[in-house]
Ligand binder design. Structure first.
Ligand code: ARG
Ligand code: ZN
Length: 466
């Protein structure tokens, strides 16, 4: 499910000619799909010329050999007449590829898997690609963004990361513009668990000491929100508001410790956030705590965030739970169309921490605004912070300040109407800063151009709205 990357304005419109789509050329009808979807920060992320509807992933992971074997079945629609197309795949060895059941040729070009089907794909045609692959997965590492992707652990593995991670364990159109459904089967040694996104579909024996765990996420999901966690975990399966809730904590952590107690707040936090943001957007709930020195962050993996245990070093931490669960609305259900708009994710998720603190009797949102405003630095822009800056501390500090400033500008009633319209109208879709401003102006009846310029791009503290 893709929408065109249009830097301003509505992203629901038809795909237009731009760097992420296949350039039409005179003469030959079938042209190669672009190797990137057109994100200015990460030009190689995603690909052009097609739109994935669903991934069927069957992976087998042997922790002793650190080896993964996979079959990915990717159902897509050509958005241009394609002679060939790319998938993103980092490392790993491709053994064979078929398109619509017919053998296709494939070549590797860095992290691009270039697939040439036996015959061209007509624009609008639905096609199915099957990739057989294997190898020892490696994370993608950079000084600014850390180790993202598949990490082998002593008892299993943890696959997660933002802004990219999926391509380290399956071939993918790796950009939030192309959201898709996922059916994930992971076969692991019996005695280990294999957790992923969405609704559990049970476990089945896979012969001689192996078990297959099945999961499905049927709401469109951005690829960076996929996760796979394999190892020794205590898994709690419950029902919340009629939907499955799966929480898990490593066996090595106490059952009544701060990590377990924090994740146990998931249902309560979700129910509160739904009163502020509108109905919870997915079919399942949960949370997974991981205890690995390399994961010093939490990530809003769809329907089931992953929390690094460092967040619970000083005791119960419901703030991080509120943050990651708020992302289920802001980031997961309504996704970025380009990474430069990261404040739309982190601003609202951080604002949810303020809301939760006030709701549970702590500092009020107003008090927090005053305190953070006094500390804020205005040396870098919140909108378009640079690709190395997407997770810099000021995004998390200035983001919620801008959100609260909007609330003070338009008033509580209009503010919450804007949030609910955003999550309602764009559910399962994407949105840009320009889209958000347009919506805020429509609902508030105010012109907010100067407001957004001041709070998102200004280099001086804007006046506090009264
Ligand atoms: N979206 C995540 C959060 O704010 C941030 C992930 C940061 N990634 C990293 N490698 N530090 O919850
Ligand atoms: Zn966040």
């Amino acid at each position: 499910m893709a929408v065109a990357l249009v830097l301003t304005g509505c992203t629901h419109g038809p795909r237009r000619a731009e760097p992420g789509s296949t350039r039409p050329a005179a003469g030959s009808a079938f042209q190669p799909g672009a190797e990137g979807i057109g994100d200015p920060y990460f030009p190689s992320y995603g690909n052009g010329g097609y739109d994935v509807a669903g991934y069927g992933l069957k992976v087998r992971y042997d922790p002793s050999a650190k080896r993964l074997t996979g079959v990915a079945t990717i159902t897509a629609t050509a958005t241009a007449a394609l002679s060939r197309f790319d998938l993103d795949l980092s490392g790993l060895t491709v053994e064979s590829v078929t398109v619509n059941g017919a053998p296709a040729t494939s070549a590797r070009n860095d992290d691009e898997l270039v697939i040439t089907p036996a015959t061209g794909l007509a624009k609008g045609a639905r096609f199915s690609t099957e990739v057989h692959y294997s190898g020892v997965p490696r994370p993608i590492s950079s000084p600014e963004l850390g180790d993202n992707g598949f990490l082998a652990t002593p008892d299993g593995a943890i696959a997660l990361g933002e802004p990219e991670s999926a391509s380290t364990w399956f071939p993918v159109n790796d950009h939030p513009l192309d959201k898709a459904t996922y059916d994930i089967e992971a076969t692991v040694p019996s005695g280990l668990v294999a957790l992923s996104n969405g609704v559990p579909r049970g476990t089945i024996p896979a012969g001689a000491g192996w078990t297959t765990w099945r999961w499905s996420e049927r709401s469109p999901m951005a690829s960076y929100l996929s996760t796979l966690v394999i190892g020794k975990y205590r898994v709690d399966q419950a029902t919340h508001a009629g939907k499955p809730m799966i929480t898990a904590v490593p066996d090595s952590l106490p059952a009544d410790g701060p990590a377990a107690r924090s994740v146990a707040a998931t249902g309560t936090v979700i129910d509160y956030l739904a009163t502020q943001f509108g109905p919870y957007p997915f079919d399942s709930y949960g949370g997974i705590v991981v205890s690995d020195d390399r994961i010093r962050y939490a990530l809003e993996t769809q329907s089931r965030p992953v929390y690094g245990n460092t967040f619970f070093a000083n005791g119960v931490n419901e703030g991080v739970v509120a943050h990651e669960l708020a992302h289920q609305w802001f980031g997961d259900s309504v996704s970025l169309a380009r990474w430069a708009d990261i404040w739309l994710n982190e601003g609202f998720a951080s604002y949810a921490e303020w809301l939760w603190t006030e709701h549970t009797g702590g500092q009020t949102v107003r008090q927090r605004f005053t305190a953070e405003y006094a500390k804020a630095k205005w040396t870098q822009p919140l909108l378009d912070p640079g690709k190395e800056g997407i997770f810099s501390p000021y995004v998390y500090q200035r983001g919620p300040l801008a959100v609260q400033a909007l609330r003070m500008t338009v008033g509580d009633e209009k503010f919450f109407a804007i949030l609910r319209a955003w999550t309602g109208e764009r559910r399962n879709g994407n949105g840009t800063t320009a889209d958000f401003q347009g919506l805020a102006e429509r609902i508030s009846g105010q012109r907010l151009g100067k407001f957004f310029t001041d709070w998102l791009s200004g280099s001086l503290p804007p006046p506090i709205p009264r």
